[in-house]
Write a protein that binds this ligand. Structure first.
Ligand code: SF4
Length: 300
């Protein structure tokens, strides 16, 4: 049952992090208008099961007035609200309070602040966390560790335990930027999706183009073309051209089914899944979108 909707309010971000699984950055296109946020909120309300709305990105605080108004509308409709931010705006603890105070009037259930060396500014994250605590927000930090090769790594081609430490998911820019010197294992190990609820999703991400995603760039419909309630009702996991194979045999099955050329090894299941899906972009543009989260501008 769908309980949460995560708005990718914008693909723009102050930073261009190597580990970003959405390929966000200062020059990326795609930002929600308030009108489109309202349309999605209305569809979420119609569904009757959605309890929580997250506003994230990209960096949602880049479009502060629109973000705030979106949160107000969601609050009026009775949703709990969460934010995810890199806290670029928290130039001092005092100033961070100015940014956060207008959110106090809302039913905020979570304020997640990226606080790690992969993001731009640990000082800003610290300022934001202290200000949030002072104001009484339920806040926490998201800390992504750099990927490291573990000492007891499996050899390439062997059935393996995880070979890489850290919390990075190797999809999006992370698949292209952070995998170069990491150990790889045979594709045959990747027989399931380890992270997403592909059968009965509890939350989806919705982007400014209307894409409804189960995982970054893996879509089940477009809610500017078809109401969310119909998308959820009509979603048939076994007949979805990408989720079906992923459920029956993971990224390995996805590659085999469509004859995608297989590399000698992959860092993890997401690394393989992302590369195989990118190879299928042109074939399934409706289900693999938008191209920019695959690091390309068109369905090549
Ligand atoms: S990238 Fe593929 S394997 Fe990884 S969580 Fe997403 S759907 Fe699952």
């Amino acid at each position: 049952m769908l309980k949460g909707i995560h708005f990718l309010l914008t693909y723009k971000c102050t930073y261009e992090c190597d580990h970003c699984f959405l390929y966000c950055g200062p020059h990326e296109k795609g930002t929600f208008t308030l009108k489109n946020v309202e349309a999605v909120l209305e569809q979420a309300g119609d569904l009757g099961t959605v309890k929580t709305i997250y506003l994230e990105g990209g960096e949602p605080f880049l479009f502060y007035p629109m973000m705030l108004e979106s949160a107000r509308r969601a609050d009026e409709m009775g949703f709990k609200i969460g934010f995810v931010t890199n806290a670029y705006w928290a130039t001092s603890e005092e100033d961070a309070e100015l940014w956060l105070k207008p959110l106090l009037e809302l039913n905020i259930s979570d304020l997640s602040i990226s606080d790690d060396e992969l993001h731009g500014s640990p000082d800003a994250a610290g300022n934001a966390l202290r200000a949030a605590k002072k104001l009484g927000f339920a806040s926490g930090s998201i800390c992504i560790e750099k990927p490291v090769t573990l000492a007891n790594q499996s050899e390439s081609g062997q059935k393996g335990e995880p070979v890489v430490g850290g919390d990075v998911l190797f999809k999006g820019r992370a698949a292209d930027k952070l995998t170069e010197n990491l150990p790889r294992i045979s594709y045959k190990n990747f027989k399931e999706c380890p992270h997403e609820e592909l059968v009965s999703p509890g939350r989806v991400h919705v982007d400014p183009y209307g894409n409804v995603m189960l995982c970054q760039g893996l879509c089940i419909g477009n809610l500017f073309q078809k109401p969310l309630s119909d998308i959820m009702k009509d979603y048939d996991h076994s007949n979805h051209p990408i989720c079906g194979p992923l459920l029956s045999g993971g990224p390995a099955r996805l590659a085999e089914k469509y004859g995608v050329e297989i590399e000698s090894g992959y860092v993890d299941a997401c690394h393989m899944c992302f590369l195989v899906r990118r190879a299928l972009l042109k074939r399934f543009p409706q289900f693999l979108a938008p191209p920019q989260v695959y690091g390309t501008t068109e369905n090549e």
